[in-house]
Design a protein around this ligand. Structure first.
Ligand SMILES: Cc1ncc(COP(=O)(O)O)c(C=O)c1O
Length: 360
């Protein structure tokens, strides 16, 4: 069997050790019962949630004044839940749109509330993010929403904007770097990239924002109800939370966020250095906002479309999976989440080099 490397943007590669553990425990997690079969109000599942929360708290250094909620509906549910919960009649929020996902978040929020666009570079695609002193922020905004890492375009905020009351969509960067809590009102991430599998979304929110909403909002999106019930308002996505627990244990065993951050930097440098030193491949994102995680690139040649489909077929056959770029950008996208070892990126660079030599 050939070695496969999964470069998918999400659902994404899981650490093999975690998959093995799931396999070993699948039929008998505790007391001869699968984790999928446990009642969600049993002490075992309660303990699972408490341990997951406590692991996240220690990994991400979450201050006590923040509440951790495990919710349904992915990050997209938060696109609606945030304005519904946080913006009362007459209040508004600023949205910074740097790509597809932040644009989607703003579009959804607009359905329910007054939204100001503080910066829109969502269609520019070269990722030059003007400094936040140049953003059109409104002094009365309840919060400023941004997407930390644009998974499709490969644009990342390498420094947290110096703005208070931020809400950050950290779906594709959670557990890859520390969070600057002093600037945050809330962060959220669906799990299917660095935190396991689809089905669960974690919301970490400042407690002073957990006031009962004056507007009628769907109970399932109501932060207060979720907080009061300790994320057990209805049947939670237990299996996804179980996988997230195993991921947090794995990250702790690897050395925590510092180790993940260092590996992330190494992986990205390896691929970017190669692309930058080759005139065959190109990445057009500004170096100050290039994603460390989702690296998109194209072939920089006449007939590049033909060459790109040849390379895609070759790489897939050789075990490099899900490298096709998003339809918005074309070309290739290598998603380098925490589970990807350096070895996977070394193998990819070797393949890209060989293809370049053969087609120069
Ligand atoms: C940055 C970001 N935000 C939001 C989403 C949407 O997540 P979900 O499909 O879990 O709603 C994605 C999905 O890839 C994403 O990458």
């Amino acid at each position: 069997m050939i070695q496969t490397w999964n470069f998918g943007a999400g659902p994404a590669m899981l650490p093999p050790a975690v998959l093995k553990k799931i396999q070993n425990e699948l039929l008998d997690w505790k007391q001869g019962i699968s984790v999928m079969e446990f009642g969600h109000r049993t002490p075992e599942i309660e303990a699972l949630f408490l341990t997951l929360e406590s692991n996240l708290r220690s990994l991400l250094n979450i201050p006590n004044e923040f509440t951790v909620l495990f919710m349904h509906g992915g990050a997209r549910a938060q696109f609606s839940a945030l304005p519904l919960n946080l913006l009362a009649q007459g209040e508004h929020a600023d949205y910074i749109t740097t790509g597809h996902w932040s644009h989607q978040a703003a579009l959804e929020a607009k359905k329910f509330s007054d939204i100001h666009i503080g910066l829109d570079i969502s269609t520019v695609l070269d990722g030059t993010i003007p400094p936040c002193t140049d953003w059109a922020l409104s002094p009365q905004a309840k919060y400023v929403h941004y997407t930390d890492n644009e998974t499709i375009e490969g644009i990342e905020f390498l420094n947290t904007p110096n703005v208070p009351n931020l809400i950050s969509d950290i779906t594709s960067s959670i557990l890859s770097k520390p969070i600057d809590w002093a600037k945050m009102g809330a962060v959220y991430a669906s799990a299917q990239k660095n935190l396991g599998i689809a089905g669960m979304c974690v919301l970490i929110i400042r407690q002073d924002w957990l006031k009962p909403s004056k507007k009628p909002i769907p109970a399932i999106l109501d932060f207060n109800l979720l907080a009061e019930s300790k994320s057990l308002y209805n049947t939670p996505p237990v299996f996804a939370c179980y996988v997230a627990l195993l991921i947090t244990e794995w990250v702790i065993a690897q050395g925590g966020i510092q180790a993940m951050q260092a590996l992330c930097a190494q992986r990205a440098a390896l691929l970017y250095d190669y692309i930058d030193n080759s005139d065959f491949y190109v990445n057009t994102i500004h170096p100050l906002s290039r994603s460390r995680i989702n690296i998109s690139f194209n072939i920089n040649k006449n007939k590049s479309k033909i060459l790109e489909s040849e390379l895609l077929a070759l790489s897939t056959a050789k075990g490099f999976k899900q490298l096709k770029g998003h339809r918005v950008k074309g070309g290739f996208r290598a998603s380098l989440y925490n589970a990807m070892p350096l070895e996977g990126v070394e193998a990819l660079v070797k393949l890209l080099k060989q293809f370049e030599q053969q087609n120069r």
